[in-house]
Design a protein around this ligand. Structure first.
Ligand code: SF4
Length: 326
């Protein structure tokens, strides 16, 4: 998939213990992109044949328009969609939905509906970390809890907004907690199917913890800076088997594993290599070694190196007839 990541601010009110991205307002390297910059980045992505903008950011309480957090987020979406109606907007995690709802005193459904009406096409299923509150109390105590993540995603699916799903693995979680996470995500998808919600979870992405630049306490507790590839690959295979026909698309993170590691993951249950990204900040600031951009040609060549056919796709796994050129 040809896509561009836009992380519109690193100013965040929370302090997740794995996060090297967040800054306080006023820090020397805090940033907050204005709407013109966001549009310029999207225009560059369109010129490079992107079909998707993936947009997420820190939780910035100052990010308001007319005193409303929702109005601020909605204004970015409307402007992007007016300029580039053809782009799929994959934007705002369940944590961002919860943040907007909390700031403005709205229900999750009201926020999801308003964002979808403005032009959000799907939500990234990030902020799931591990769907186990014992783990969350250590790695992300201020984040929405497991039940709330599930509630926000279920609300989106019920309202016809597809999501992805993720897990942050390879830190303090036990195998039992990993399986509980898989079970909660699979049960959620099964409910969406049984209740005939108009949208589904489109894919599962395993995100191994990068410790290199992470805050010291968790880094020290985990005791390593980069993921153990063999562990990640084994868990990739377990996830593929566990999700079965409930979630059939599985994606590794080349940012975290490197492109070679991501290609290995194609032999362990993944069927997708992810997007070109064009820029990435959250994981690279944590010290990931995989880079922040891949050309379509490099992704196609890497897939071909293990004799797998490459096919360019849309965000929701539709086909695109044109093959990536460069
Ligand atoms: S992971 Fe997200 S919510 Fe947590 S501190 Fe970092 S930017 Fe904020």
């Amino acid at each position: 998939m040809i896509n561009r990541n836009i992380n519109f601010t690193n100013i965040c009110e929370q302090h997740c213990s794995f996060c090297a991205f967040r800054r306080d307002a006023g820090d020397a390297d805090a940033y907050w992109l204005d709407r013109d910059t966001i549009i310029t980045k999207a225009a560059d992505a369109v010129a490079r044949r992107a079909t998707e903008i993936c947009m997420q950011g820190g939780l910035n309480p100052e990010a308001k328009l007319n005193g409303s957090s929702l109005d601020y987020y909605r204004a970015i979406v409307v402007e992007l969609k007016q300029a580039f109606p053809q782009l799929h907007l994959h934007a705002f995690s369940p944590q961002e939905v919860e943040f907007i709802a909390r700031e403005d005193g709205l229900s999750f459904a009201a926020v999801v509906e308003a964002l979808a009406e403005a032009g959000v096409d799907s939500l990234p299923g990030t902020a799931a970390e591990v769907l186990d509150d014992e783990v969350r109390r250590v790695i992300c105590p201020e984040k929405l809890n497991a039940a709330t993540w599930i509630e926000v995603v279920e609300t989106a699916l019920r309202l016809g907004v597809p999501t992805t799903s993720t897990m942050l693995c390879g830190h303090i979680e036990t195998p039992e907690q990993q399986i509980r996470h898989f079970d909660r995500v699979r049960s959620l998808q099964q409910r969406a199917i049984e209740r005939d919600y108009p949208a589904r979870i489109s894919e599962f992405i395993l995100l191994p913890f990068i410790g290199e630049q992470a805050p010291a306490p968790l880094r020290k507790r985990v005791g390593r800076d980069q993921p153990v590839l063999a562990d990640t690959l084994r868990l990739t295979a377990v996830a593929r088997l566990f999700f079965g026909s409930a979630i059939v698309n599985h994606q590794p993170s080349w940012v975290k594993l490197g492109l070679d590691g991501a290609i290995d993951a194609l032999r362990w249950g993944c069927n997708d290599i992810g997007g070109t990204l064009m820029e990435e900040h959250i994981t690279s600031m944590a010290g990931a070694k995989g880079g922040t951009c891949q050309s379509p040609a490099d992704l196609v060549a890497a897939i071909g190196s293990i004799d797998r056919p490459a096919r360019q796709r849309t965000t929701l796994y539709g086909s695109l007839t044109a093959q990536p050129q460069s």
